[in-house]
Design a protein around this ligand. Structure first.
Ligand SMILES: C[S@@+](CC[C@H](N)C(=O)[O-])C[C@H]1O[C@@H](n2cnc3c(N)ncnc32)[C@H](O)[C@@H]1O
Length: 358
């Protein structure tokens, strides 16, 4: 006899005809009622342990150039709504649906066993938890975790505020793109929407100078501090609204050899797509006007709703309006520790195009 599911239950999903489709976490409040785990053992410790070990083994094959990266990327690792990020010897965990949240203790036990971190911090202050009727919590659940953790990305050292930083502290999904930008960068560079300087610090190692802009005081202070600690004296960290600042730079007839645009997700849902595309076009158009002929624009969007085709079309129209023909040099995605699950299109969200002004 079927019994009603409780919030966060691990349930068996079947078709109307009774054919089994696999296991899923049930949510009593979210529009995403079922988060599929697929086929696997009913023993939760065995199921989650197997998935976790497979996720860790995959990260080892990537041999990341640094010690901050994603160990578990939710659905793409068969562990719905579970995020585990490694920052040197510490782990930061997010449990973003009722099912995985209910099993947080088990997840912590398995992580402690498999990774032996010095501490585990739960960063469950993501707004998305409200949709699951889950409270906002930030707490250390194992060992000790300092406020600031030093990590390495390529040759650059970042000081990460794991408790207060955006996401879990860094934009780890851009890790490989930061390093790629370092390879493309030259001359005078602009890092717009810099956050803590993920792109800017890599570029400063190759460039004459970097102007880094962000609207967050914490982020701008972090860029300045990170520059100092890395011995980089050619970065100016400016607190400003990028939309206004790009206009000011254009009026002042400033020009750059390399520009990075990495805005927040302008399209949070389908309803705001039109407005979001307008925002993306505005910043890209202005950036192209600021770019010297032969210069490189590294332009990103982390809006899932702006798919690759829409993004490319927007860039074409920005280039036409800026009277700045561009060639597409490279299309990049989120870092490989944030893999895309083909059956779940939402896991493909980050676009990072490298363009050259012809
Ligand atoms: C996607 S994050 C940038 C991540 C960063 N490029 C990295 O790779 O680490 C977007 C950043 O834009 C900033 N931001 C959002 N709106 C802004 C605006 N209108 N002007 C300036 N900064 C803005 C946020 O503070 C945030 O740091």
């Amino acid at each position: 006899m079927d019994v009603p599911a409780e919030p966060g239950d691990l349930v068996e999903v079947r078709t109307e005809r009774g054919r089994p489709l696999g296991l899923a976490f049930f949510s009593s409040t979210s529009q995403i009622t079922l988060r599929m785990l697929g086929e696997g053992p009913r023993d939760e410790k065995v199921l989650l342990g197997d998935r976790l070990r497979a996720a860790l083994a995959y990260r080892e094959t990537l041999a990341p150039d640094g010690n901050a990266y994603r160990l578990v990327s939710a659905e793409a690792d068969g562990l719905p709504a579970l995020i585990v990020d490694r920052y040197a010897d510490y782990l930061v965990v997010q449990t973003l649906c009722q099912g995985i949240d209910r099993r947080l203790d088990l997840v912590v036990e398995l992580l402690a066993e498999a990774v032996s971190p010095r501490g585990i911090l739960v960063r469950n202050d993501a707004k998305i938890r409200r949709l699951e009727d889950l409270p906002e919590v930030v707490e250390v659940v194992a060992g000790e975790v300092p406020d600031l953790v030093d990590v390495r990305e390529g040759e650059v050292v970042h000081q990460v505020d794991v408790r207060r930083g955006q996401k879990t502290g860094l934009f780890l999904d851009q890790r490989e793109n930061h390093l790629a930008a370092g390879r493309y960068a030259r001359g005078r560079a602009l890092d717009a929407f810099s956050y803590n300087g993920g792109f800017g610090l890599q570029m400063a190692r190759r460039c004459e100078s970097v102007l880094s802009i962000d609207g967050s005081e914490l982020a701008v202070a972090a860029v300045a501090e990170n520059a100092r600690r890395n011995g980089l004296t050619n970065i100016e960290a400016r607190l400003a609204n990028v939309f206004d600042e790009l206009r000011e730079l254009e009026i002042a007839k400033e020009r750059f050899d390399t520009i990075v645009l990495d805005p927040p997700a302008f399209a949070k849902n389908k309803a705001t797509l039109g407005k979001a595309l307008g925002g993306y076009k505005e910043i890209n158009l202005r950036a192209l006007k600021l770019l010297k002929p032969g210069g490189i624009l590294i332009t990103c969007s982390c809006s899932y709703h702006v798919n690759e085709a829409l993004f490319q079309d927007m860039l074409l129209h920005a280039a036409i309006d800026a009277h700045a023909p561009v060639a597409l040099v490279e299309k990049r995605l989120q870092a490989r520790d944030h893999p895309v699950l083909l059956g779940v299109p939402e896991t493909a969200y980050l676009k990072c195009f490298v363009l050259r002004r012809v």
